[in-house]
Design a protein around this ligand. Structure first.
Ligand SMILES: C[S@@+](CC[C@H](N)C(=O)[O-])C[C@H]1O[C@@H](n2cnc3c(N)ncnc32)[C@H](O)[C@@H]1O
Length: 415
């Protein structure tokens, strides 16, 4: 569907361009939706930069304040940090280990063209289209959809073609549809605001509830990374998970059908009913154990045992990435009682899995690295003992408050 205002008729009447001469780093003058308030910071506009990421380009529909924040990130301020990110011929991490192929019943998919080992980089990409999700709830379609189109037309032609060729599942407006079918949620700003990132290449990976690859987005480099979570054999399809890895069978089926329009037939969804029920039961116990392990309001002598059970359940569920949080819980459980050897062991396992889950530079990965290198340097070391001392001093009317201790402990809870 083409919008006449894109060419002949000019911008719609409810748009305006702020009277600002310097709108760098954006390469086109931002077009904004008229709002009632005088504050430009909260105004939604289209921000685009044709030369972003060595000519890949980017177009962003968000508030003025969030776009300014984004422009401070390394990807914009130090473009050398993302050199070669979208290069498919000679990418910095070696030739692509997959081929894009048409597959029966599921459109394009990515097939491994060699053995890919756990932790190996498979792909990396900067988004070409970023869209603030609040627009969906704040504006009617007739205001919102022209923004999509105008934003898409701000991209360099080769990137726009790549974007518009993406798979569309739902019908209706094309850009709206491609965004619903292909967008990845991503947080920008402080506090975090949910956006949609469209990454035309990573979008070609199909779904599996027990995938062999995992992605994460780094807002600083504005790059999404995909890594193998287990050995992938040549000829095997590289698959990512579109939903919450810990959803039950019914939740997975519902979410996949609603948002992507297919009935999931992955290896775990195709199991006999009794196996699916057993898996659901394990997932329910995983949920309960995580809640208990996240509760730091009392000293739990069975903490390490709970963490070990959680690890076993994740293994049985073939959840090779979220298991990072179970290793993390085990590392804490052993550190707080002063078991150096086991704290180190589980911290190392967690660092390995967290690097795939969030990246090596993520604060959680770096925190576990401290424990891996020297558990005694970690803030949780012998915490249980300190907690007990604090509890008894509180019972004796001492100055230390048990409540404060509990609050401090709850700050370690990351899952
Ligand atoms: C983000 S796209 C993935 C790439 C897509 N196959 C393509 O041709 O571009 C999502 C769409 O791919 C298809 N798809 C993804 N995973 C699938 C699966 N496991 N089984 C069947 N279809 C799948 C569905 O049509 C879904 O709406």
């Amino acid at each position: 569907m083409l919008y006449s205002h894109l060419g002949v008729c000019g911008a719609p009447a409810n748009w305006f361009s702020p009277e600002i001469d310097d709108y760098s780093p954006w390469t086109s003058k931002p077009q904004c939706l008229k709002s009632d308030g005088p504050d430009l910071n909260g105004t939604y506009c289209i921000f685009s930069k044709k030369d972003f990421a060595e000519g890949r380009g980017i177009t962003v529909v968000t508030t003025w304040a969030l776009a300014n924040e984004m422009a401070q990130k390394a990807a914009f301020a130090q473009p050398e940090t993302i050199a070669g990110m979208n290069d498919l011929v000679n990418p910095p991490w070696g030739p692509p280990p997959y081929d894009k192929r048409i597959l029966p019943g599921r459109g394009f998919g990515m097939i491994a063209n060699r053995t890919i080992f756990r932790g190996e980089r498979i792909m990396q990409e900067t988004p070409s289209f970023v869209y603030n999700r609040d627009l969906f709830s704040s504006y009617e379609d007739e205001d919102r959809i022209p923004l999509h189109w105008h934003a898409a037309y701000q991209l360099p032609e080769h990137t726009r073609i790549e974007l518009l060729e993406l798979h569309k599942q739902h019908g209706g407006d094309e850009v709206d549809d491609l965004m619903r079918t292909n967008a990845f949620g991503a947080y920008y700003g402080d506090p975090w605001i949910l956006h949609n990132n469209v990454l035309p290449r990573i979008s070609r990976f199909n779904h599996d509830c027990r995938p062999n690859a995992h992605y994460y987005f780094d807002p600083n480099t504005m790059t999404q990374y995909v890594h193998a979570v287990r050995t992938i054999n040549p000829g095997e399809e590289v698959l990512i998970n579109y939903t919450d890895a810990e959803y039950s069978y019914a939740e997975r089926q519902h979410a996949i059908h609603l948002s992507w329009g297919f009935a999931c037939q992955c290896s775990i969804c195709r199991q006999p009913k009794s196996h699916v029920a057993a898996s659901d039961e394990r997932l329910a116990i995983i949920k309960q154990l995580k809640e208990s392990l996240n509760d730091w309001t009392e000293i739990r002598p069975d903490r390490a045992q709970m963490a070990e059970t959680l690890i076993t359940l994740y293994e049985q569920e073939r959840l090779h990435v979220p298991i990072a949080t179970a290793y993390e819980a085990a590392a804490y459980a052993y550190a707080i009682v002063g078991n150096e050897q086991k704290a180190r062991k589980y911290a190392a396992l967690s660092v390995e899995a967290m690097t795939i889950m969030y990246g090596a530079d993520h604060p959680l990965t770096m925190d576990l690295e401290v424990m891996m290198l020297n558990p005694k340097d970690h803030r949780t070391w012998l915490f249980e003992q300190q907690g007990q001392e604090a509890d008894s001093s509180a019972e004796e009317g001492g100055a230390t408050q048990v409540g404060e201790e509990a609050a401090a402990r709850s700050k370690w809870s990351f899952f």
